[in-house]
Design a binder for this molecule. Structure first.
Ligand SMILES: *[C@@H]1O[C@H](CO)[C@@H](O)[C@H](O)[C@H]1NC(C)=O
Ligand SMILES: *[C@@H]1O[C@H](CO)[C@@H](O)[C@H](O)[C@H]1NC(C)=O
Ligand SMILES: *[C@@H]1O[C@H](CO)[C@@H](O)[C@H](O)[C@H]1NC(C)=O
Length: 969
């Protein structure tokens, strides 16, 4: 009972269930649920308040930043095509402190564009197309301290451009096509806190007429304009300015300085003007010491003149840059006051001699810093006999052409702390060149042409901490070359041509923490090489060497076995074909390692135990390291439970399973861009509980139903998915987006559609046998009736007239009896019989013929025998006839039992039985005497009465041929 009820209800229940499920899914991903991902912006992994929306082809600010959270503090929307800002464009970001919109196409700021940004401190609108600033553009920014408008085609500033910006301290308006200082000054009137104004690179020709500058203004930069005079704005215009930059203008009239008050200047830059500085100092109230002589034509007075101007009192620094100085003689600067720093950069000096010679004794006593970058210095000779500069701490000779450094070249500066000889062409460094510099901590020799390093070169530098030898031509490190550098912390040998390393090379480096060997030709490393530094080394850079492994078994000890303090190991980009393999236990011993770089290595495989010893690892990159598609072996990260950042970008990965990533329980950042990933595994996502940055860009995501979990996960997860709304599905045709992928489709697809497709089919299959058993002939019969009814209607066949008196249904086995006995008897009695072999119409289907025969006969005579009962056709015939019995309520059946058929055999043909039970039947008597009665009974039955529905009177002895319709022709 119950079962059948359930069966009945099953179809509709399933349908309801599917619909319900679909509905629930629709609710789960209804719009408005904040998925964690931003359409156009990236949240900085290390600062959740900092968003960058850079190079995203954005043209509409609202669309660009509409989905950022209200507690955003720093926003950069650079390198897009945004053209206008509507009022209140950022009201939903009231916590912004810093807003950077450079490199857009802003040409229109609506008044109130920044309204609501009460906390904003810095606003950068540089590199846009602003031609004007509407009144009120900057209203609602009470805390703004810095406004950057560089590189906009602002020809004019309206008077009220800067409205109420009570806290503005820095205003940068460089490269803005501005040409009228007066209107600029006018627009600044309300800026009572302004301290720095930069107007470099405009088209200013004069400073007036102008209404004066805010009294708070201390720094004014007017470089790279076309100013010809400074007095246009009135005497007091620049009175409050401390730092004035007028370099690279067209100032040539020193007298114009006489008409302005510059007494409070602490620095005045005039480089690039054709101006006589001595005349300037003579006529104006510029303090002599405030004038930067750099870049000014000194004329005949030269450096002597400068020195005399400066007076005798000691000076902090003397800038003598870009003065075309060719030579400094003995005592050239002796007339200058003692200075602590001297900068001679950008001249044409070919030699400095021994520096002490052009200084006076008091100067030598105090000079601390000497810089002579960008000169033409060719060589540094021996200075053993020179006068000393006991205070010199820093000597900077970068960007020269020094080819050789002689013996004791720095003996004049015994207390040097930092020596910079980088970016020269030093090919020869005398073994004694550096001599003894007991205080030297930093030595830069990078970007030279050194080939050999000698022990003696570094023997006198006991305190050296940083030695930079990058980008030279060093091929071999001689044994013990650094053995005197017991305090060295950083040794940079990158970019040389080292091939082999020996343990002796690092002998004596008892404090070395950082060793850079990147970009060399090292093909082999072993544990003993690093033995001298094993207790101190923290950073080892082997990037871009020639390391390569082709067998998974190491022949020696693992190379880093003893570096148990190492925190950073860089092995990226081995040349020319990458590391290829990571041998077993390659990283053994690196128990303190925190960052491992294996990018760009064309790895063929990684053994599952590769990282087993790196329990402290925080950062691992295998980016760009694929050699085609591969998959990480299960368990490869099993011990990296402290890993925070895993970078697998472009690593050729195409599946990531729980077995690979499951143990990374502290992972925060996972970069998977540009892989062959078709999905991001749901179980992996759930295992990475602390993940907050996930990059899946440029993966051919399938957006299959397996990804349906992604949305609910995003809603409950703290992970930012990089450009979530731009992730596309890898499908043909127009791009479809992951976020547009509807999980309901899955359920409709799989559930309803499948159900809808299979249920009727199933029902049909179930019903077919039943139908076949019970109703086949009934159906066919009804079909026939319908058809014949239609036909009759069509042909207007006359009804009620039978062509035959009887249709004789018999089995061919009984044909002899039928033809020899039955037919002669009945036809002899004037009955017209329908016999299938005789009267069936050719070319019609046999069923039609049968039905037609039965239907066009008044009666159907069934000649029953066992064979008859077994015969299909006969059973059809008797069934059809019996339908007439039931349906037309007309008894047409005349049953002739040719032989005795037992009851149980009849029961196999229950329809037959039903007929037999209802009908009486006539037995064919084998004894000839009884046969005439039989014939009479039969004739009578066939001729029959017209008493429909009633049992025939089988015994009627009317005259044959008197009743009934004659045979129709
Ligand atoms: C911003 O608010 C969200 C929750 O509203 C919080 O998870 C997030 O840490 C906040 N960000 C900052 C920078 O405070
Ligand atoms: C404006 O700046 C001041 C001082 O820096 C700070 O105390 C105040 O909270 C700021 N106002 C807003 C709205 O952030
Ligand atoms: C000398 O140079 C150092 C480092 O560049 C700097 O910190 C120091 O202030 C300079 N000394 C003087 C007097 O300029």
């Amino acid at each position: 009972m119950q079962d059948s009820a359930m069966e009945q209800g099953h179809g509709s229940l399933a349908q309801h269930g599917t619909a319900l499920l679909a509905l629930m899914l629709v609710l789960v991903r209804a719009p408005g649920v904040p998925a964690y991902g931003f359409r156009n912006c990236l949240q900085a992994p290390d600062d959740p308040g900092h968003f960058r929306c850079i190079q995203r082809f954005l043209s509409n600010m609202a669309g660009a930043v509409g989905d950022l959270p209200a507690n955003t503090t720093v926003l950069e929307v650079a390198h897009n095509t945004i053209a206008c800002l509507l009022p209140g464009a950022f009201t939903h970001l009231p916590a912004l402190r810093s807003l950077h919109l450079p490199f857009n196409q802003l040409c229109d700021l609506a008044p109130g564009a920044f309204v609501g940004l009460q906390a904003l401190q810095s606003l950068n609108l540089s590199h846009n197309q602003l031609q004007t600033l509407p009144a009120g553009a900057f209203t609602g920014l009470p805390n703004l301290t810095e406004l950057v408008l560089n590189t906009n085609p602002l020809r004019m500033l309206p008077v009220d451009a800067f409205g109420p910006l009570p806290n503005l301290r820095r205003l940068l308006l460089c490269s803005c096509h501005l040409c009228d200082f007066g209107t600029i000054a006018q627009s600044l009137q309300g800026l009572t806190a302004l301290q720095e104004l930069s107007l470099c690179g405009n088209r200013l020709r004069a400073l007036g007429p102008s209404p004066g500058l805010p009294p708070s203004l201390a720094v004014l930069r007017l470089c790279n304009n076309s100013l010809v005079a400074v007095d246009g704005g009135g005497r007091a215009l620049l009175a409050g300015v401390r730092d004035l930059d007028l370099s690279y203008n067209n100032l040539s009239d020193a007298d114009s300085f006489a008409r302005v008050s510059l007494a409070h200047l602490s620095i005045l830059r005039l480089a690039g003007n054709q101006l006589d500085p001595f005349q300037l100092l003579a006529v104006s109230n510029v303090p002599n010491r405030s004038l930067d002589f750099s870049g000014l034509p000194l004329g005949a007075k030269g450096v002597h003149g400068v020195c005399r101007c400066l007076g005798p009192a000691p000076l902090t620094q003397l800038l003598l840059q870009h003065l075309e100085l060719h030579m400094l003689h003995n005592g050239s600067l002796a007339a200058c006051p003692p200075m602590r720093a001297l900068d001679l950069s950008g001249n044409r000096l070919r030699a400095l001699g021994c520096v002490g010679e052009f200084l006076s004794a008091p100067q030598r006593a105090v000079l601390e810093n000497l810089t002579a970058e960008h000169n033409l210095l060719a060589g540094l000779g021996s200075c053993l006999q020179a006068m000393r500069l006991p205070m010199l701490r820093e000597l900077n000779l970068s960007y020269n052409r020094v080819l050789s450094v002689g013996r004791g070249a720095f003996a004049f500066a015994p207390n040097l702390r930092a020596l910079r000889l980088n970016i020269n062409t030093v090919a020869f460094l005398h073994r004694q060149a550096l001599g003894t510099l007991p205080g030297l901590t930093e030595l830069r020799l990078d970007n030279n042409l050194l080939t050999d390093l000698y022990i003696e070169s570094f023997a006198g530098l006991p305190r050296l901490e940083t030695l930079n030898l990058r980008n030279n031509r060093v091929a071999v490190l001689f044994p013990g070359v650094f053995k005197h550098l017991g305090h060295l912390r950083t040794l940079d040998l990158g970019g040389n041509i080292l091939r082999r390393l020996t343990p002796a090379a690092f002998h004596g480096l008892g404090s070395l923490a950082r060793l850079y060997l990147d970009g060399n030709h090292i093909a082999h490393i072993s544990a003993d090489i690093f033995q001298p530094v094993q207790t101190t080394l923290e950073v080892l850079d082997l990037k871009g060497n020639r390391l390569q492994y082709i067998t998974a078994q190491l022949t020696h000890e693992p190379p880093f076995l003893y570096l148990n303090r190492l925190t950073d190991l860089k092995l990226q980009a081995q040349q020319p074909y990458g590391l290829k393999l990571i041998p077993h236990h390659f990283f053994r011993g690196l128990t303190a390692l925190q960052a491992l770089y294996l990018a760009q290595n064309k790895l063929l495989s990684v053994p599952p135990d590769a990282f087993d010893d790196l329990a402290q690892l925080r950062y691992l990159t295998l980016a760009d390291s694929s050699n085609g598609m591969w998959d990480l072996p299960p368990g490869v990260f099993k011990n990296l439970s402290r890993l925070r950042v895993l970078d697998l970008e472009n690593a050729g990965v195409h599946t990531l399973s729980l077995e690979v990533l499951g143990n990374l329980t502290q992972l925060e950042e996972l970069r998977l861009a540009k892989n062959e990933l078709r999905t991001f595994n749901g179980s992996v996502a759930r295992a990475l509980r602390t993940l907050h940055y996930l990059d899946l860009r440029k993966c051919p995501l399938s957006c299959a139903c397996a990804d349906a979990w992604l949305w609910p996960w995003l809603n409950s997860s703290h992970a930012q998915v990089v450009y979530l709304y731009n992730l596309t599905c890898a499908r043909r045709g127009p791009p479809t987006y992951l976020h547009g992928f509807s999980a309901t489709v899955c359920f409709l697809d799989v559930g309803l559609y499948l159900f809808a497709a299979t249920a009727p089919a199933l029902l049909l299959f179930m019903a077919l046998p039943v139908l076949y058993l019970r109703a086949y002939w009934r159906l066919r019969y009804h079909c026939f009736l319908l058809r014949s009814w239609v036909n009759e209607r069509w042909q207007r066949a006359d009804e009620g007239h039978y062509r035959y008196d009887a249709f004789v249904s018999y089995n061919s086995a009984d044909e002899a009896w039928v033809l020899q006995d039955l037919v002669p008897q009945l036809e002899g009695a004037g009955l017209c019989l329908c016999l299938h072999h005789r009267d069936f119409r050719l070319g019609r289907s046999i069923v039609d013929n049968i039905v037609d025969g039965i239907y066009s006969s008044r009666k159907t005579v069934c000649v029953l025998s066992r064979r008859y009962l077994r015969s299909e056709w006969c059973s059809l015939e008797i069934q059809l006839a019996s339908y007439r019995l039931f349906d037309e309520l007309r008894d047409v059946l005349v049953l002739v039992l040719l032989e005795d058929v037992p009851e149980r055999e009849l029961s196999a043909y229950h329809r037959m039985r039903k007929v037999m039970l209802r009908k009486t039947y006539i037995h064919w008597p084998p004894e000839p005497a009884a046969q005439s009665l039989f014939w009479a009974q039969l004739c009578c039955a066939v001729r029959g009465s017209h008493a429909d529905g009633k049992d025939e009177e089988l015994c009627c002895f009317d005259d044959p041929g008197t009743e009934g319709p004659g045979p129709s022709s």
